[in-house]
Design a protein around this ligand. Structure first.
Ligand SMILES: C[S@@+](CC[C@H](N)C(=O)[O-])C[C@H]1O[C@@H](n2cnc3c(N)ncnc32)[C@H](O)[C@@H]1O
Length: 268
């Protein structure tokens, strides 16, 4: 395949998703060839023009390229902190983006229910259609559940022939949507907390800043943003760490409209 064409495809994917593929060139090359073969596309140029129209092919490619690995009770100490933060609140609204196969939003729902917090709902968004389909099914293998205590497993899952299925009372607390964060930016959301874990590690700097602008709009004034221990961004004028110890949990701070625009914001 012609080098220039592959580069244009990866640049297009990065511009729409924020995900960089710089260190995965061979894998991208392989997946593109496979997709062309399966879809009977002879020329890379033809594939490119069909991808920019965001045909079903675009999503088929994303399914192959996006890393939707997760597991239940990942970074559980953050879920504990969230639960403490939400005590005594009502009408709680939480965003889990990216939610991958549902492991994160279901873990949060279970822990809230365990602490008798019932007045909440969780919106769970991911760009990978395959991951959202799995999340809606709610069926998991033992490996996905390796950190879940046995008592929780018995209470919130039904054992099936091959694995475990999440119970309906947990399922109904989470709404799953397949969407791209950057195409939702104008949605009028208002969340008490946003979990955005293990997305920034794959993202370029300008998209991280754009994501933070969006989250700033979507958080209530006293809302919290939870990133992963391994996510990183340089600084953003509208977010401060809640403490030195909690290095990946942020509160929203006052910032004027101008400084919020990442394009006008320097290196910090
Ligand atoms: C490693 S998973 C993270 C799952 C979970 N938050 C965790 O920490 O275990 C990363 C997910 O980001 C999703 N993703 C990548 N770009 C996205 C975007 N622009 N909008 C929504 N989801 C995106 C991928 O589909 C993938 O499922």
């Amino acid at each position: 395949m012609r080098e220039g064409c592959i580069e244009r495809i990866t640049a297009f994917l990065t511009s729409t998703t924020g995900i960089t593929f710089d260190r995965k060139k061979e894998m991208v090359d392989h997946k593109l060839k496979e997709l062309m073969r399966k879809s009977a596309i002879g020329e890379c140029e033809e594939l490119y023009s069909r991808l920019i129209d965001k045909e079903a092919l675009y999503y088929a490619l994303l399914e192959e390229l996006l890393v939707s690995q997760s597991f239940f009770y990942r970074e559980k100490s953050d879920i504990d902190l969230l639960v403490r933060f939400l005590q005594k609140r009502s009408g709680i609204s939480i965003l889990s983006l990216p939610c991958a196969n549902g492991e994160e939003p279901y873990s949060i729902a279970i822990e809230l229910m365990e602490r008798k917090i019932e007045d909440f709902d969780i919106l769970a968004i991911d760009l990978n259609p395959k991951a959202i389909a799995k999340a809606k099914k709610g069926h998991y293998g033992a490996r996905d559940l390796r950190n879940v205590p046995f008592s929780i497993l018995a209470k919130y899952f039904d054992e099936e022939e091959e694995g475990y299925r999440i119970k309906e009372n947990v399922k109904k607390k989470v709404e799953f949507v397949c969407a791209n964060l950057f195409e939702q930016s104008q949605a009028p959301f208002s969340f008490d907390a946003i979990f955005c874990k293990n997305l920034f590690i794959y993202m370029d700097d300008s998209h991280k800043m754009e994501a933070l602008d969006i989250f700033h709009r979507w958080l209530k004034d006293d809302g919290l943003l939870f990133l992963s221990f391994s996510d990183y961004f340089k600084a953003h004028p509208c977010f401060d760490r809640i403490s030195k110890e909690c290095r990946s949990i942020y509160k929203k701070v006052e910032c004027d409209e101008k400084s919020r625009l990442y394009t006008e914001w320097g290196d910090g």
